[in-house]
Design a protein around this ligand. Structure first.
Ligand SMILES: C[S@@+](CC[C@H](N)C(=O)[O-])C[C@H]1O[C@@H](n2cnc3c(N)ncnc32)[C@H](O)[C@@H]1O
Length: 254
C-alpha cells in the first residue's frame, strides 16, 4: 500500500497574488483538489479559491472533490466544547474523504486561507486522521501570506519593535494578554471589538478588514480617535457582505 499524501497549501489572506511559487507548484502537482463549502455567507471565500485555481492551474488532469464543511455553533457559553465537537466532525469528514477519494500513492491538496500556521485547524485535523490510521497518510504544510503580514504590509509598519516582542492572540484572550503590559499585540478573530474594553484609549490601533481584497478597509489612530469608527465600519461592512475578516495591531504609546 503506497502512502496517500495531503498538501495543505497556504493561499494567502485575500489577494490571489499572495500565492507563492511553491504554493502554485504544489497546486499543479496534486491529483485531487479538495474544496470545502462553508455555507452561503462564505461563498466569496470559495470563490477566491476557484479564482486561484483558474489563474494558476496549468492543466486539468486533477479531480475536484467538494464537501460541505460542518457548521459550527459557537453562540453558546461552552465555546471550547463547541470547537472540539466541530473539530471531531471535521476529522471524520477528512478521514472519509481520504479513504474514498484519494487512491494509494495519490496526492491531494487543500487551499487554506492565509497561512496554515495561524488559527487554522487543518494541520491538527490531518494529524488526528493520520493517528487514527484508516489510511497510510502523510501531510505537509506550505506557508502562505497570513493576515498578520498583510496587515503589516498594508499599513507599512513592522509588527516587532526593536528588541521587543509581539503577541498574536484572539479577541477572547486580549484583556488577559494586555494586562501583562506587553507593548504590541496582534488580534485576529475578534467579533466583539475587544479593544474597546481596554482602559488605555491612547493606545495606537492599526486595523484592517478584508485585507488584499477589493473591499479592503484600513484605519489607524489611537483607540480614542478611531475605536468607535472602527466598530461602526465593522458593523456596516459585515452587514453589506454577510461576513467579516478583520485583524489589528495594538501598540502602546511609549
Ligand atoms: C480562522 S482565521 C484564519 C487565519 C489565516 N490562517 C491567516 O493566516 O491569516 C480567520 C481570521 O484571520 C483574520 N483574517 C484572515 N484574512 C483576513 C483578511 N483578508 N483581512 C483581515 N483579517 C483577516 C481575521 O481575524 C479572521 O477572523
Amino acid at each position: 500500500m503506497r502512502v496517500k499524501q495531503v498538501r495543505i497549501i497556504g493561499m494567502g489572506a485575500g489577494d490571489p497574488e499572495w500565492m507563492t511559487v511553491q504554493a502554485i507548484n504544489a497546486l499543479n502537482a496534486a491529483d485531487v483538489l479538495f474544496f470545502f463549502d462553508k455555507g452561503e455567507d462564505k461563498e466569496e471565500l470559495l470563490g477566491l479559491r476557484r479564482e486561484i485555481c483558474g489563474r494558476f492551474l496549468t492543466h486539468d488532469r486533477h479531480r475536484i472533490v467538494e464537501a460541505q464543511d460542518p457548521q459550527r455553533d459557537l453562540s453558546g457559553p461552552a465555546y471550547g466544547a463547541a470547537v472540539s465537537s466541530w473539530q471531531d466532525q471535521r476529522v471524520a469528514l477528512w478521514e472519509q474523504l481520504i479513504e474514498t477519494e484519494l487512491a494509494d500513492g495519490e496526492v491531494g491538496a487543500v487551499l487554506t486561507w492565509g497561512d496554515p500556521a495561524f488559527y487554522d485547524g487543518t494541520l491538527r485535523i490531518l494529524e488526528s486522521v493520520r493517528i487514527r490510521g484508516a489510511s497510510d497518510l502523510a501531510y505537509d504544510a506550505i506557508p502562505g501570506i497570513s493576515a498578520l503580514q498583510a496587515l503589516a504590509s498594508r499599513h507599512n509598519i513592522a509588527l516587532t519593535q526593536t528588541a521587543s516582542s509581539v503577541v498574536v492572540t484572539t479577541g477572547r484572550q486580549l484583556r488577559e494578554i494586555w494586562a501583562t503590559g506587553i507593548s504590541d499585540v496582534v488580534v485576529m478573530v475578534d467579533p466583539a471589538c475587544s479593544f474597546m474594553e481596554l482602559a488605555d484609549h491612547d493606545t495606537m490601533i492599526y486595523w484592517g478588514a478584508f485585507l488584499g481584497t477589493p473591499d479592503e478597509i484600513l484605519l489607524r489612530g489611537t483607540i480614542a480617535q478611531r475605536g468607535a469608527e472602527i466598530q461602526r465600519r465593522r458593523i456596516e461592512a459585515r452587514a453589506a457582505k454577510g461576513w467579516m475578516f478583520d485583524t489589528y495591531l495594538l501598540r502602546r504609546q511609549r
